[in-house]
Design a binder for this molecule. Structure first.
Ligand code: TYD
Ligand code: MG
Length: 461
């Protein structure tokens, strides 16, 4: 059998090269190539598989019907918003990756939940980023007492696992995975090989001893988790922290969850005493929205099982560039390009001479087509410089012909809009036909297409 070969892998883009290079030819990152041992050559692997095949009687294939339903033991984190995103609490023995930009509040959240988790479980909080003193100070500020909360400042994986054997915690928190290293693995802490090796070690610890492990992962400049994408594949759940650092809103969202849905979000505000849960996100997200200003429209999107109101803002201004500028924060760039093209073609609005800046207030990311109608209204309002009625809300998907397509959970969205005090709601005609009640305490404006909403501007003119 041939000896295993070395291969150099880029920690940014996973480009593989047989020799070391200073600059990755694929993504252009400097000093990102780290040495790894190549897996068995394919031919050898095939030979080995054929020769070595044995029937494992301990682990036979089973009929789906004969499998027992698992009974996941969940532990509440003491924060309803976090529990919801995790699918009802932290599953014992699971590995969760919490990721987000620096300074967004990951360490704060973990220290806060370790307080509640420490009520009837033993928690080991491992920090490779802060000193004991810094953690103590933060804990004091957050009023975290944690009788069964142990703090360890260490970056060597073997020493961490040895401490864990001594303390026997139920939950281990690691802040952050990029600072932890393994002696026998090459590369700097945070490199692809190191992150993979230490994550594997934590996962096997979690699975063999039933310990829940929460890992913090940093995101790089492009917004993806620093280190290999495989990190996301390895863990049971990945939770992202969203929000703008300048504002106090923080949103957590599961982008992968083997034990629950990935649609739910948790909303917080960051204050003097750390993160505070927001039970009523709609009120928070639309409070303080500008009134009687053109280019604004409120929308109601479904985040998991909850309808949430948000404010879409469009600034449309004459361009001074040969190619007009378009930026979208909180919305999908390709989607808004498509909606602008629909407006240009179907309504003849000359957006080709205008810069368009779109934003969702409060740092919420909307990726639901049900927000199209509100984006369209905000764009027309910004283009014509005519404000929409302040008590108007709009939902509906817009198709390429300018038609308004039906959305899910229309009734729930109508009720949420009425509850927050809106007086008019634009909904797709297909949803309007199927409504059960004719009185929701809000005027319903059915729309078959974008032509039907132009009357909203006529009244204002
Ligand atoms: P932190 O949890 O350290 O972020 P991360 O671990 O994601 O890098 O949060 C740091 C920010 O939060 C910092 O800018 C200060 C702010 N903060 C508060 O506003 N209030 C608080 O009570 C705490 C602890 C932090
Ligand atoms: Mg931190």
């Amino acid at each position: 059998m041939k000896a295993p070969k070395s291969v150099y892998v880029c920690s940014e883009c996973q480009y593989r090269s047989p020799k070391w290079m200073g600059k990755c030819p694929s993504c252009g990152a400097w000093n990102s190539l780290v040495e790894e041992i190549e897996d068995l050559p394919k031919e050898d692997l095939k030979r080995k598989l054929v020769r070595g095949s044995v029937l494992d009687e301990q682990n036979p294939a089973m009929r789906l019907e004969d499998l027992a339903l698992p009974d996941y033991m969940r532990q509440s984190t003491g924060m309803k918003e976090v529990d919801r995103v995790l699918g009802g609490g932290l599953v014992l023995g699971s590995v969760v990756l919490l990721s987000g930009e620096p300074g967004i509040g990951k360490s704060t959240l973990l220290l806060q939940i370790s307080d509640a988790l420490g009520i009837n479980k033993k928690v080991l909080y491992v920090s490779g980023e802060e000193s004991r003193g810094q953690i103590k100070l933060r804990a004091k500020r957050l009023h975290v007492k944690g009788d069964d909360l142990y703090i360890l400042t260490e970056t060597n994986i073997e020493k961490i696992l040895a401490q864990s054997d001594a303390i026997k915690p139920d939950i281990i928190i690691v802040d952050s995975i990029q600072t932890i290293y393994h002696d026998q693995t090459t590369g700097m802490p945070g490199s692809i090989a190191q992150v993979k090796a230490v994550t594997e070690a934590f996962i096997s610890k979690a699975k063999s001893e039933g310990i829940s492990i929460l890992l913090v992962g940093h995101v790089n400049k492009e917004g993806s988790i620093a280190g290999p994408k495989t990190l996301e594949h390895m863990v049971d759940a990945v939770i992202y922290f969203e929000g703008e650092k300048q504002q106090s809103y923080r949103i957590i969202r599961a982008i992968k969850n083997r034990f629950g849905s990935t649609n739910e979000i948790g909303v917080f505000t960051m204050g003097d005493r750390g993160l505070c849960e927001v039970e009523n996100p709609s009120e928070m997200l639309v409070s303080g929205r500008p009134i009687n200003v053109s280019g604004n429209c409120t929308v109601c999107v479904m985040e998991g099982t909850r309808p949430i109101l948000a404010e879409v803002q469009a600034l449309v201004a004459k361009t001074v560039f040969p190619v007009p500028k378009r930026t979208a924060s909180g919305l999908d760039y390709n989607r808004i390009s498509l909606l602008i093209a629909v407006l240009e073609k179907r309504l003849g609005l000359a957006f080709c001479t205008q810069d368009v800046y779109l934003n969702v207030v409060g740092g919420l990311h909307i990726d639901e087509p049900g927000a199209d109608m509100a984006v369209i209204l905000a764009l027309i309002s910004g283009f014509k410089d005519i404000p929409l009625p302040e008590d108007l809300i709009a939902v509906g998907e817009v198709g390429l012909a300018g038609e308004c397509r039906a959305i899910s959970n229309a009734e729930q969205r109508i009720r949420e809009a009425a509850r927050i005090g809106f007086k008019k709601i634009v909904i797709p005609y297909r949803n309007y036909e199927k409504l059960d009640s004719d009185d929701y305490g809000i005027e319903i404006i059915p729309a078959k297409g974008i032509f039907d909403i132009l009357k909203l501007f006529k009244k204002a003119e």
